[in-house]
Ligand binder design. Structure first.
Ligand SMILES: [Mg+2]
Length: 423
């Protein structure tokens, strides 16, 4: 029997994050988007609102609707955390904006009871991020996703192989992945309205109408979906930013916060086995003027010290006004897989010595710096492991020390105004 696939979907993702960030929005109809709804809360859905609906129309239907422009970077922090928790459930996780497919093959001994393990996963995500999710379990990704869709929001459903046929047969056709409005209209003319009806058409006639998609539809309406789950490659960037509780001109607070954000971004970098080749620093003044700069690094790195040194220099370079800062942020970009060893920068640091003694000294210096980097990397990986186990705040390093006593702390880290960074 094929192994289980778990599909997890964050309920009303953007709108839920906004409700978590601002408790006054809880229980109220909230929509995120500009022009059209990108995401809306279940309170808004009760009025018939849905993603893709023009906001003007949405406001007519629901005059109490609260519309927010959205904060992509913050949503990404939340989804990253959710996916991180999924990866601790099973290593094979394929992620999208607000959903993930988890291949449970090989985890049978870890999770002998898939259903209660899935319930624990849901619970852990709620505890650590505050988000509600819906989970479906099936023998293929298609069935897992359809199982989840049938119990949204906050649901959990497992479809056994023997139940698949009955479940699929009576569902309306538009529930089948690959059937869009166009295909739905064509099939509607043939009086095909449910997934079961679709089975009446032969493979050649489906291929005749839809081409290659027809072949997939022929299989899917019978519950066959052989698409594998593949962890998706490298993210484009890893960003961390936060606004300050009060505008600040204090260099200690600004540097300390930047250090903390760099540390958090670098920990994610190491966890994904990546190094960054580019670093971007952003600041926002009290009057909302924003300054940012991005620079390529001489060599890709995943070390806190090297990343912070550059980030701090970039911050000083763009921080030219005396006005207080509202926000600081860092983005690590041009990510490349970590190779496990560091490039020798033998001759890049200093001019080549003129005598043999100078060259020997250069080689020694380079070897020392490689050794120092190795040591730092080993130390950081150990700190990452301790934090994973005992909470982020179990170790406070570097400039973050300056934040102690200034910014409240809990087990998850400093309690910043961007809550996903403390969770
Ligand atoms: Mg969703």
């Amino acid at each position: 029997m094929s192994p289980w696939v778990l599909h997890i979907d964050i309920d009303a993702f953007f709108a839920s994050v906004e409700q978590l960030r601002n408790p006054r929005l809880a229980g109220r109809p909230v929509a995120v988007g500009t022009g059209v709804i990108a995401s809306c809360s279940y309170e808004a859905r009760r009025f018939g609102l849905h993603a893709g609906m023009p906001l003007r129309k949405a406001r007519e239907v629901c005059p109490r609707l609260l519309v927010l422009p959205g904060h992509a970077a913050i949503y990404r922090c939340f989804s990253e955390r959710v996916f991180q928790i999924c990866r601790s459930h099973t290593p094979a996780v394929e992620t999208y904006l607000d959903e993930a497919f988890c291949d449970l093959a090989g985890t049978e001994r870890l999770h002998p009871d898939v259903l209660s393990a899935a319930a624990r996963l849901k619970e852990r995500i709620r505890e650590e991020t505050g988000l509600s999710t819906t989970v479906g379990l099936g023998r293929s990704r298609m069935v897992a996703k359809m199982a989840a869709r049938s119990v949204k929001p906050d649901g959990l459903r497992r479809l056994e192989a023997v139940e698949e046929d009955g479940f699929l047969r009576d569902l309306p056709l538009r529930e089948l992945p690959g059937v869009g409005p166009r295909a739905g209209a064509i099939l509607g003319k043939l009086n095909i309205r449910t997934i079961g009806d679709l089975r009446l058409l032969s493979r050649p006639s489906l291929v005749g109408i839809f081409g290659r998609v027809g072949d997939a539809l022929y299989q899917r309406c019978r519950g066959i979906d052989t698409r594998a789950i593949c962890a998706r490659e490298v993210p484009r960037s890893i960003g961390r930013e936060t606004s300050f509780a009060e505008e600040t001109t204090d260099a200690e607070t600004i540097e300390g916060t930047l250090y903390y954000l760099t540390e958090r971004a670098a920990a994610t970098l190491r966890q994904l086995g990546l190094r960054a080749s580019q670093i971007e620093v952003k600041i926002r003044y009290r009057d909302h003027e924003t300054a940012s700069v991005a620079r390529k690094l001489a060599a890709p790195t995943q070390l806190d010290s090297e990343l912070f040194e550059r980030a701090a220099a970039l911050r000083r370079a763009i921080h030219t006004r005396r006005a207080g800062l509202r926000l600081v942020g860092i983005t690590l970009g041009r990510l490349v897989p970590e190779t496990g060893y560091h490039q020798l920068d033998l001759f890049s640091d200093a001019p080549i010595g003129s005598s043999i003694a100078d060259v020997v000294a250069d080689v020694h210096r380079a070897a020392r710096s490689i050794e120092a980097r190795r040591r730092e990397r080993r130390l950081l990986l150990r700190i990452d492991a301790i934090r994973e186990r005992y909470g982020y705040s179990s170790v406070v390093c570097g400039r973050s020390l300056r934040l102690l006593g200034q910014i409240p702390q809990d087990e998850h880290g400093f309690v910043l105004r961007t809550p996903c960074l403390t969770r």
